[in-house]
Design a protein around this ligand. Structure first.
Ligand SMILES: Nc1nc2c(ncn2[C@@H]2O[C@H](COP(=O)(O)OP(=O)(O)OP(=O)(O)O)[C@@H](O)[C@H]2O)c(=O)[nH]1
Length: 355
């Protein structure tokens, strides 16, 4: 009788321990889910998925394979400084078949033993895993990627283990990835000029303030070029607005190619471009402007199937060098603007340097 009571008590204790452990897991997952849902940037989200996930759930490796046929994701992360380990944990594919091979038609999570033949592309840094869970990331019934969990423990992920919880996590991850991607794209659209694809004036207004502060802090010179196409109206009038657009696009691309990655190029409006040359004194900026003017005057621009034209630029140059009258971003831009006006009235196709 007494023995029976003890056994019953042991069983109850064991059940209580399991219930408590499940509750802890549930709380743990809910906290993780909340952090995923609260993420506002793609970098922070990727950090949660690729790094925090491994620790929180005691895994050996977590990787993401994303279907990115138009390089949308890759363009968004291009400008970010990402941890070098992500080079092997953040994987992209342009072909749907690469993803499809890992899942059945129902696209349910796949829990199985690790096989080097099948899974090495998903876990390039971990050739000795015991088991893996491949979770399909689905949005609007489309497979957008796969979240891949790897464990050294061979019994951690096996086909007979319930996968509802993992399926739920994959749905949250897929939704968060889509949301942050859209969010980042919107941010980018607000700062890009849709015609030329380069930065717009809003972006420039933010950057010039940052660069002026940096130049003051580091006591380094900062030059600004105001570039204005000569007689651009004639191109529109003679060959049409679409031809004018094509010329603007080509000019933006040519200017971009001539600059260093630390310089800032933006379309200021219409046929005007602005450039910030960081850590560049006036004489060096004048050389760059001169090279730019000559290079562009030697290019040919197709305005229709049978006609190519040449163009010229006027450039105004101003420099903040901590010993002249230029102390603010407004003064720097205004000085460059007045200088381009002086270049125009003194004959165009030339550079004018602000005093
Ligand atoms: N095709 C095209 N034209 C534009 C765009 N934005 C502004 N423009 C045109 O650019 C022309 C600018 O004309 P103006 O300000 O007179 O300047 P300009 O003809 O270049 O003459 P100068 O600057 O004095 O040499 C106008 O005809 C605008 O319609 C655009 O996005 N696309």
């Amino acid at each position: 009788m007494r023995k029976d009571a003890t056994t019953l008590q042991d069983r109850l204790d064991a059940l209580l321990r399991i219930a408590k452990s499940n509750e802890r897991k549930q709380t743990h997952f809910q906290q993780y889910e909340l952090s995923l849902l609260n993420c506002s940037s793609l970098q922070a989200l990727l950090q949660l998925i690729l790094e925090e996930h491994v620790q929180r759930f005691q895994l050996t490796s977590v990787t993401l394979l994303l279907f990115d046929p138009e390089y949308t994701f890759r363009r968004l992360i291009e400008g970010l400084v990402l941890p070098s380990v992500w080079q092997s944990t953040l994987i992209f594919t342009e072909t749907q078949a690469t993803l499809d091979q890992y899942f059945n038609l129902q696209r349910t999570p796949r829990l199985c033993s690790f096989s080097a033949d099948q899974h090495s592309r998903l876990f390039p840094d971990h050739p000795n895993l015991g088991s893996v869970a491949l979770l399909p990331l689905i949005r609007q019934r489309k497979l957008i990627g796969s979240l891949n969990l790897g464990s050294r423990n061979a019994s951690r992920f096996q086909p007979d283990i319930g996968s509802q919880f993992l399926q739920h996590m994959a749905a949250v991850v897929a939704a968060c990835l889509e949301n942050t991607r859209l969010h980042e794209e919107i941010k980018l659209v607000g700062l890009r000029d849709p015609l030329t694809g380069i930065n717009n004036r809003r972006f420039f207004d933010q950057r010039i303030d940052e660069e002026v502060s940096r130049a003051k802090r580091q006591h380094s010179p900062l030059s600004c070029l105001f570039v204005d196409l000569d007689h651009f109206k004639r191109i529109n009038d003679q060959y049409g607005h679409a031809a004018g657009d094509a010329v603007l696009k080509q000019v933006a691309s040519l200017l971009n190619q001539l600059l260093r990655s630390t310089d800032v190029l933006a379309r200021f409006g219409g046929e005007e471009f602005v450039i910030l040359l960081t850590d560049t004194p006036a004489n060096a900026a004048a050389d760059i402007a001169q090279r730019m003017r000559i290079h562009l005057s030697q290019q040919f621009f197709a305005v229709n199937a049978n006609k190519q034209i040449q163009i010229t630029l006027s450039i105004g140059l101003a420099t903040m060098n901590h010993s002249n009258q230029i102390h603010t971003s407004h003064q720097l831009l205004q000085a460059a603007d007045q200088a381009v006006y002086a270049a125009k009235i003194s004959g165009r196709n030339r550079i004018h340097q602000a005093p």
